[in-house]
Design a protein around this ligand. Structure first.
Ligand SMILES: C[S@@+](CC[C@H](N)C(=O)[O-])C[C@H]1O[C@@H](n2cnc3c(N)ncnc32)[C@H](O)[C@@H]1O
Length: 253
């Protein structure tokens, strides 16, 4: 089971801060067409977004003409995404399944599964992470792709002392791009990292407890889950950089 800080886990404060934390417009600028290009290059039309959040990526993909089924467990995030979809004049097709149970509901049904925004890190047990990735693979048609990302936790683990003293290096150009809400690690161990999200202007804070992937760990897990061809990107560039903020993987069934 995922370990969560119950009173902060996707609390109302975090859900309300999310758009200012990620900055929808800057997220698109940061990925510079990576998502759409990857989907089109792999002939993907039917997309399953495993973790809808506030709807940022689903709403973009719907506007770009993809068919999207959007999943999330958290009702507050689902409500926020629905509000955002109404404002953006698109209609969401929502499911609310635990990733580990997805195989019961879908089999070879999608051209792509996306799990973005550093989401798999919510699961603390390796068996759960492997089960999730295996379910994602089984939901895909032959030749279908999983696009998944992770924060560069190795940098955080390697520099824990300096970071806890306040020297946290993060460009804010990729994935989490907002400048009104900042996320900073306040506790760092190999087993968990606690992030605190602060909106100083509105004097609000929230926290999440997350599992820090070690270098190479997610790549190995993708292989173990049975994906055949896996490409790794560093801040959307097809190379490995130990200084990246985020890593993306495109894994083909
Ligand atoms: C870090 S947020 C990312 C949201 C969005 N994808 C983004 O990029 O902004 C992770 C989301 O995953 C959802 N989530 C966490 N564990 C889950 C699980 N086991 N099954 C389904 N959704 C889950 C959470 O509710 C949360 O909305």
């Amino acid at each position: 089971m995922e370990k969560i800080i119950s009173d902060n886990y996707n609390s109302m404060a975090l859900v309300d801060m999310w758009a200012d934390f990620i900055d929808w417009k800057k997220r698109r600028q940061g990925e510079d067409g990576f998502l759409k290009k990857t989907l089109l290059e792999n002939n993907c039309q039917r997309i399953f977004e495993a973790c809808l959040g506030d709807g940022c990526d689903t709403i973009y993909l719907l506007k770009e003409g993809f068919e999207v089924t959007s999943n999330d467990l958290d009702l507050l995030f689902i409500k926020k995404a629905q509000e955002n979809a109404r404002r953006e004049k698109v209609k969401l097709n929502i499911t609310s399944y635990d990733w580990r149970e997805l195989g019961k509901h879908f089999e070879k049904s999608f051209d792509a599964v996306i799990c973005l925004g550093n989401s798999l890190t919510y699961l603390f047990d390796e068996k759960d992470r492997l089960k999730t990735l295996t379910q994602f693979r089984k939901m895909l048609v032959n030749g279908g792709i999983l696009i998944i990302d992770e924060r560069n936790y190795q940098y955080i683990l390697d520099n824990n002392k300096a970071i806890l003293k306040g020297d946290f290096r993060y460009s804010a150009n990729y994935v989490y791009c907002g400048n009104k809400v900042h996320g900073t690690p306040i506790e760092i161990t190999p087993e968990k990292v606690v992030f605190e999200y602060s909106d100083t202007a509105r004097k609000r804070k929230a926290r999440l407890e997350l599992y820090p992937f070690k270098r190479g760990e997610l790549l190995n897990l993708l292989k173990k889950a049975g994906f055949k061809k896996i490409s790794q990107y560093s801040d959307y560039k097809k190379t490995y950089s130990k200084n990246a903020d985020f890593y993306q993987y495109v894994a083909i069934t």
